[in-house]
Design a protein around this ligand. Structure first.
Ligand code: SF4
Ligand code: SF4
Length: 269
């Protein structure tokens, strides 16, 4: 298999779209048809850096902890549709469209992860989607495998003030990864850690600060605990009794901001 085949099979699976919709909302589509796909070298020295305290920490596993002799990490981004994103424009708690997209969208994302890993395995390669493995675990607010950090290593974009990850198709969507022992030439990485964020790169914007109903984002940092507390006490308190599903992220910091659907420029302000 080669990179074009993996890009093609990922796009084809998303386009077929089985599960890429919400039955409770009259079949509303969750993700756009065209995902982004990139490749990180499993031997990239940045993976070892992620284990430093203050970055993620020693609990973050290396690609080789998921797949013996891992050579490549396949990374993709599924952008939410315009309808899902715009539903979350009003202030207050998340829209039901956003909340249910986070829940059913993760089911679909899991299907994409499984599909890529399954095709690679059928072709004779070892392949594991870490977040689908029994080894995957959370420690406080971070997990032992960060898909967004793999997106950075694969050159897909950069982090930002709200601690989202801004790709060429913005930050409103979901990332996925599959580790494999298939060798694929890595995508190029040209971005600094927060280059795509207008606040950091150009000293302007900061709209995610005022969008956050929890006050969790400041110019200095994002308070993950405040964000979590808001999610549990406000968003889940409203939607778990109504829909009986548990989903994360209120998403106000990813919607009605210039980085929602594209890499932002100053003229977007
Ligand atoms: S809203 Fe502005 S400051 Fe916040 S992450 Fe997006 S580009 Fe950066
Ligand atoms: S998800 Fe919601 S609560 Fe958390 S940082 Fe973003 S806007 Fe704030």
């Amino acid at each position: 298999m080669n990179r074009q085949e993996i890009i093609g099979l990922t796009g084809e699976f998303v386009r077929r779209g089985q599960g890429n919709s919400i039955a409770e909302l009259d079949g509303m589509k969750i993700y756009e048809d065209k995902p982004l796909v990139a490749f990180a070298s499993a031997r990239d020295p940045l993976y070892a850096k992620l284990r430093d305290e203050g970055i993620i920490g020693p609990h973050h596993l290396m690609p080789q902890d998921w797949v013996e002799n891992a050579k490549t990490v396949v990374v993709y981004f599924l952008p939410f549709t315009k309808e899902v994103i715009e539903s979350n424009y009003p202030e207050g708690i998340s829209s039901k469209e956003w909340y249910l997209s986070r829940y059913y969208g993760e089911d679909f994302n899991n299907a994409v992860r499984d599909h890529i890993a399954g095709v690679l395995q059928k072709a004779g390669h070892n392949a594991v989607a870490p977040s689908r493995s029994g080894k995957f675990e959370m420690q406080n607010v971070t997990s032992n495998w960060s898909e967004r950090h793999s997106a950075y290593i694969a050159g897909m974009g950069s982090f930002c003030l709200s601690y989202s990850f801004i790709s060429e198709k913005g930050c409103a969507g979901r990332y996925g990864t599959v580790v494999t022992d298939l060798e694929i030439e890595p995508s190029s990485r040209t971005k600094g850690l927060r280059d795509n964020c207008l606040y950091d790169a150009k000293g302007t914007c900061g709209l995610c600060i005022s969008r956050c109903p929890a006050g969790a984002i400041t110019p200095e940092k994002k308070d993950h605990w405040k964000c979590q507390e808001y999610l549990v006490t406000k968003v889940m308190a409203e939607y778990v009794p109504r829909f009986n599903v548990v989903a994360g992220g209120c998403g106000k910091c990813q919607t009605k901001v210039p980085c929602s659907r594209k890499k932002p420029t100053k003229s977007d302000l």
